[in-house]
Design a protein around this ligand. Structure first.
Ligand code: A3P
Length: 321
C-alpha cells in the first residue's frame, strides 16, 4: 500500500540496499558496512542497536566473533557475577541456555524486545569494536573480548553453517570446505574480516586495559582456573580468600565446562531466539569444544596459507595467534 508507514526493518533494508554486497558467501548475501560484512537480518540488528541501544552504566559487554567460544564465556561471566544470588543448585544456567542468560543486544534491538535480566549486568555482542554503539563508550562500560585460532574458527563456522542446510541437501555442493576457506581468507565472512575484528579489540585493550580485557580461547582451555580468576577480577567480582578455600573457582569452571554445559537439559533441547530469523537449536552451540580440530580438515598448505595471512594482517599490532 502506497501510504503504509515504513517499518524499522524496511528502513534498514532500504539503507543497506546501497551498501556493497557479495552474493558468493554461503546461504545468504553479505552486505558491507563500516568495513565489515554481515547478512541482512544481523545488520538490521546492528543498525538498530547503533540507533537505540542504551546500556546500563554498570554493564559488562561480552564481545566475540561468532564461533570463538561465546557460549562458554557467557556461561562463565554469568556464573561469576551471579554467584552471590544463587546457590549451586539454583543457578539459572541449569535450566536456561547461556544465550538466554546473556542476550545479544543487537538481536534484541532488531526485534525491539529486551530479553535481559536488568539485575544481571551483562550483555553480549558480535559487533566489531569500531562499530559498537557510541552509547557503550559514553557509558564507560567494561568489555571482555574472546578470540580463537582462526583455523578452528573457520572449521567451527563451516560445521555450523552446514548444520543450517535443510535435510537431504548435498552439503558439499552448497558449503564445501575449499570455497569456505577461500572466501574466509579473502575476509568475506559474517562479521568478518576476522583479523580486523580481532585487531580492533586488541588495540582497544592495549589503549585501555582497565576497560577492555582481551582473552584467547586456547589460553582459556589450557588454564581455565587462572583465566576465570582474571576475568572475575577484571569484571569487579574477585574471589575472596574464603571462596578460594571453598573451591568456588573450580566449581564454576566445572559447571561451565563443555561436557557439563552440553549435557544440561537447557542445552540438549530448546532453541535460541524462537520465531525469528536468528533461530538456532541450542545443541548447535556445542560441537567438540577442543583446540586444533582444524588438523582433521586442513592440509599443510591450507594451514600455512591462513597462518601467513593472519600473521601479515596482525603484523605490528603486538598480538599474534
Ligand atoms: P567447535 O565447533 O570447535 O566445537 P560460539 O559459542 O562462539 O558459537 O562458539 C562455539 C564453539 O565453542 C564450538 O566450537 C563449541 O563446541 C565451543 N564450545 C561451546 N561451549 C564450550 C565450552 N563450555 N567449553 C569449550 N568450548 C565450548
Amino acid at each position: 500500500e502506497a501510504n503504509a508507514p515504513l517499518t524499522p526493518q524496511d528502513k534498514y533494508k532500504e539503507i543497506m540496499s546501497r551498501f556493497p554486497r557479495r552474493d558468493d558467501w554461503v546461504l545468504q548475501p553479505l552486505y558491507q558496512y563500516q568495513g565489515f560484512w554481515y547478512f541482512q537480518d544481523y545488520l538490521i540488528g546492528l543498525l538498530a542497536a547503533q540507533e537505540n541501544f542504551k546500556p546500563q552504566p554498570s554493564d559488562i559487554v561480552i564481545c566475540t566473533y561468532p564461533k570463538t567460544g561465546t557460549t562458554w564465556l557467557k556461561a562463565l561471566a554469568y556464573t561469576i557475577v551471579t554467584r552471590s544470588r544463587f546457590s549451586d543448585s539454583e543457578n539459572p544456567l541449569l535450566i536456561k541456555a547461556p544465550h538466554d542468560c546473556v542476550p545479544f543486544f543487537e538481536i534484541d534491538a532488531a526485534r525491539n524486545t529486551s530479553n535481559r535480566d536488568p539485575q544481571v549486568p551483562l550483555v553480549a555482542t558480535h559487533i566489531p569494536y569500531t562499530s559498537l554503539p557510541t552509547s557503550i563508550s559514553e557509558s564507560g562500560c567494561k568489555l571482555v573480548y574472546l578470540c580463537r585460532d582462526p583455523k578452528d574458527v573457520l572449521i567451527s563456522m563451516w560445521h555450523f553453517l552446514r548444520g543450517k542446510l535443510p535435510e537431504g541437501i548435498d552439503k558439499d555442493t552448497y558449503i564445501n570446505l575449499n570455497n569456505s576457506f577461500e572466501i574466509f581468507c579473502e575476509g568475506i565472512a559474517s562479521n568478518g574480516p576476522y583479523w580486523d575484528h580481532v585487531s580492533g579489540y586488541w588495540k582497544a585493550s592495549v589503549e585501555s586495559p582497565e576497560k577492555v580485557l582481551f582473552l584467547v580461547y586456547e589460553d582459556l582451555k589450557k588454564d581455565t582456573v587462572s583465566i576465570v580468576r582474571k576475568l572475575a577480577e577484571f569484571m569487579g567480582y574477585p574471589f575472596t580468600p574464603e571462596e578460594e578455600t571453598r573451591g568456588v573457582v573450580q566449581e564454576i569452571v566445572e559447571l561451565c565446562s563443555f561436557d557439563s554445559l552440553k549435557n544440561l537439559k537447557a542445552n540438549t533441547s530448546g532453541v535460541y531466539s524462537p520465531d525469528s530469523p536468528y533461530t538456532i537449536r541450542n545443541t548447535e552451540f556445542f560441537r567438540k569444544g577442543t583446540t586444533g580440530d582444524w588438523k582433521n580438515y586442513f592440509n599443510e598448505e591450507m594451514a600455512a596459507r591462513l597462518d601467513q595471512i593472519i600473521e601479515e594482517k596482525l603484523n605490528g599490532s603486538g598480538f599474534s595467534f
